[in-house]
Design a protein around this ligand. Structure first.
Ligand code: R5P
Length: 299
């Protein structure tokens, strides 16, 4: 298999190539004077399996166009198969028409990615909330991988939390909290979140439940940290309930607005993310997760 990295996935492609021994393919990329993108596959891929690693974080619209151009160029060079890894799948949170007149962005982006003509797709900890499975939005084989065991292992090894409990800030985070807790062999609790707007949320203990955090270090786990408000709300709540130190892990550190200073000024001891969305807290690499998926014999 030959691995190609999109412009936001170059480092991940290099890391994956180093882990798997797979050849790294060359792509030339330029911009036309009017801002349109140009690219050229500079590799003979005829009859070969190829994989494109293409996160969609940071400048999603430009990266979606780059993706479409790259797949078209790859297809024209007659490979045997094209697998794509989209470590961060942008637009997945608009997974319903919340108000009349809105687009169904998740489904549309999935259609665009698949429609470009690929054989299979992998994502990592994609935001599955109202869409329960990737099978609902893709017709081709689609696999959602997870980086959560690596994040939990990193937090446990670096911070050595005392008598830790994993906390999910909202219902959908239970899928990640459960995996993190199993990895570090402890229990987990899930809180309840109400979202009022993209910047306003309220996190509460679920009706009739309590969170067993008193005197323990809490590790809050979520898929995405965008504004940081979900994490700060959850952190303030577990602190009020008696937690000692608070650590945070997420797969996709989107970090919009002033998320990082906001979290650190709310006495969170450590925040850890991965390189699906490369940035200042991308301490964990998902390259081993991708390498394992691309080399797995399971179909
Ligand atoms: C959505 O519910 C996600 O799982 C995250 O909880 C959310 O994207 C975090 O957003 P923010 O950091 O802006 O609160």
């Amino acid at each position: 298999m030959i691995i190609f990295g999109g412009s936001a996935g170059e480092t991940l492609a290099v890391r994956t190539s180093l882990l798997t021994g797979m050849k790294l393919g060359k792509v030339k990329r330029q911009s036309f004077p009017d801002g349109e993108q140009y690219l050229k596959i500079e590799e003979d891929i005829k009859g070969q399996d190829v994989a494109l690693i293409h996160p969609l974080g940071g400048r999603p619209d430009q990266l979606i166009m780059e993706y479409l151009l790259t797949i078209d160029a790859l297809k024209s060079a007659s490979p045997k198969s094209i697998s794509v890894v989209v470590p961060y799948l942008a637009y997945a949170r608009q997974d319903a028409r919340f108000h009349p007149g809105e687009p169904l962005s998740f489904h549309l982006v999935a259609k665009l990615l698949e429609g470009a003509g690929i054989d299979r797709i992998f994502t990592i900890d994609v935001h599955l909330q109202r869409v329960p499975s990737l099978k609902e939005v893709f017709k081709i084989p689609a696999t959602n991988l997870t980086a959560v065991p690596y994040i939990a292992e990193y937090i446990n090894r670096i911070y050595q939390p005392k008598n830790p409990i994993v906390v999910g800030p909202d219902d959908e985070s239970e899928q990640w909290a459960k995996v993190a807790a199993a990895k570090i062999k402890t229990d987990y609790a899930v809180l309840s979140k109400t979202r009022f707007s993209s910047t306003e949320v309220k996190v509460k203990v679920k009706g009739g439940e309590s969170v067993n955090v008193k005197g323990r270090d809490a590790i809050i786990i979520d898929d995405i940290i965008s504004t940081g408000n979900t994490i700060v709300e959850a952190a303030n709540l577990v602190r009020k309930e008696g937690a000692r130190k608070i650590y945070v892990g997420c797969t996709h550190p989107v970090l919009s607005l002033n998320a990082l200073p906001l979290m650190y000024s709310n006495h969170i001891e450590g925040v850890v993310g991965t390189d699906t969305f490369a940035g200042p807290i991308s301490f964990v690499s998902v390259a081993p997760v991708i390498a394992e998926a691309l080399t797995s014999k399971k179909k």
